[in-house]
Design a protein around this ligand. Structure first.
Ligand code: BG6
Ligand code: MG
Length: 213
């Protein structure tokens, strides 16, 4: 029996996947690294440092740890400049309703985000109180696709992983959900989500009755 839903944030609830993408693309251009949508897709759901390492796979030169820190923080500055002005209108269409419908059905809700900006974003979007439990990159040590974050979310809800479903827009996230022992709902239309148990074009199509009846 499903008793809880664990939502990813960027690209599922918040319209921020495009903002992360644009910030990495700008950084890549500045340091002369080729960047296309296939790289962009691989970065989804991956934490900041892991994303930088993927980006630098195409670099003709090596970077020191200090340089990498500086690059990651430059990307974060670009990202933060954009979300400074974010508000509830930056929720993806149907996201608020999807989360509320889960609560109305008597199930618990959690958030599992790889972003260290998740607390700021939740506040800006005005949805912090829609979640019974929040886990973000500040609380875990192993990034998606490791199951740690979804396991922590289930534990925080007081549920077994098998009693939860996870909702994700990234391949790394689907892998993390499965490794945690949950069923995975994929949000989006990319072939990268082929492993999802159920694929929906957007979060507006999420209907909790699919899992409770
Ligand atoms: C994930 C995003 O939610 O958070 C990634 O899908 C992002 O694109 C990652 O890199 C880390 O975010 P932040 O805000 O900690 O740099
Ligand atoms: Mg995401």
């Amino acid at each position: 029996l499903i008793k809880g839903v664990v939502f990813d944030l960027d690209g599922v609830i918040a319209d921020t996947a495009v903002v992360h993408h644009a910030a990495w693309k700008r950084l890549a251009a500045e340091i002369g690294i080729a960047f296309d949508d296939s790289v962009g897709e691989r970065l989804k759901g991956v934490d900041r440092r892991g994303s930088l390492d993927i980006l630098l796979e195409r670099s003709p030169r090596a970077y020191s740890e200090d340089e990498k820190e500086a690059l990651a923080s430059r990307k974060n500055d670009y990202y933060r400049q954009q979300i400074e002005s974010f508000g509830p209108h930056n929720l993806l269409p149907g996201a608020h309703h999807a989360i509320e419908s889960v609560r109305r059905a008597g199930l618990k809700t959690a958030l599992a985000s790889a972003s260290r900006n998740a607390p700021l974003l939740l506040e800006r979007l005005g949805i912090a109180d829609l979640f019974d439990y929040v886990v973000d990159a500040n609380h875990i040590s192993r990034a998606k696709p490791d199951p740690e974050i979804f396991l922590a979310a289930a534990r925080g809800l007081g549920l077994e992983p098998s009693e939860c479903i996870g909702v994700e827009d990234a391949a790394a996230g689907i892998a993390s959900i499965h490794a945690a022992g949950m069923k995975a709902v994929g949000i989006g239309q990319t072939p990268a989500l082929a492993e999802a148990d159920l694929l929906l074009p957007n979060v507006a199509a999420f209907d909790i009755s699919l899992f409770t009846t």
